[in-house]
Design a protein around this ligand. Structure first.
Ligand SMILES: CC(C)(COP(=O)(O)OP(=O)(O)OC[C@H]1O[C@@H](n2cnc3c(N)ncnc32)[C@H](O)[C@@H]1OP(=O)(O)O)[C@@H](O)C(=O)NCCC(=O)NCCS
Length: 176
């Protein structure tokens, strides 16, 4: 089941996320957020953007997806950066796809126009999952992140969410 997240989901979300901070460069953070910091992030994010969790049959959170502003300047307000994480034991069961599709629907419903996934390279599972649901590569930045004693490249994958041009909606989306 996929449902909106609340700060009560912070502990399982922090547990799913921590390995990607502690090992490898999927995340460019260096210290994994604890439960209370994750709760703060969820609360801040859901003021303006969707954050979803996937639960298994027992009600345990096994994956999550959320969106944030892509960049802060006003003209970027219709662009959302999307992130998706699935507990390692649950990979390749379609959860990442389901979470991402639900997130894209939520973004469309909220009036966003472009979704952007920022992927540390290489990450074939993530690239394939995003391309299967319609994201397309939009460029790479070589050697942009320094983590665990080496440089890492990132790639942008974007998806046009469709919808009308926001001519008559000057600043009504995702403006904190
Ligand atoms: C990327 C991620 C979210 C995918 O979630 P998932 O639930 O495992 O993916 P799905 O089961 O929905 O897979 C969809 C498709 O993606 C591709 N894919 C997923 N995992 C793959 C793997 N390990 N190897 C190759 N392709 C893979 C396949 O094309 C798959 O379709 P298929 O199983 O029918 O062949 C998950 O691997 C993950 O959490 N990775 C670590 C965190 C991360 O990298 N997040 C993205 C940051 S940008």
């Amino acid at each position: 089941m996929i449902r909106p997240a609340t700060s009560i989901d912070a502990a399982p979300i922090a547990a799913i996320y921590a390995p990607f901070v502690d090992r490898g460069a999927v995340s460019f953070e260096s210290v994994a957020p604890d439960d209370s910091e994750m709760a703060r992030r969820i609360e801040r994010t859901i003021e303006t953007h969707p954050w979803l969790v996937a639960e298994d049959d027992r009600g345990d959170v096994v994956g999550y997806a959320y969106a944030t502003r892509f960049r802060n300047r006003t003209a970027y307000r219709f662009a959302a950066e999307t992130s998706v994480y699935v507990r390692a034991t649950e990979n390749r069961r379609g959860l990442g796809t389901e979470l991402s599709l639900a997130l894209l629907d939520a973004l469309r419903g909220a009036g966003f126009r472009i979704a952007v996934a920022v992927i540390t390279l290489p990450n074939d599972p993530s690239i394939r999952m995003h391309e299967r649901i319609g994201y397309r590569e939009a460029g790479r930045l070589p050697a942009i992140g320094w983590k665990f004693d080496r440089w890492h490249d990132i790639g942008y994958w974007s998806l046009d969410l469709g919808g009308e041009d926001p001519i008559h909606r000057p600043i009504d989306v995702a403006t904190p």
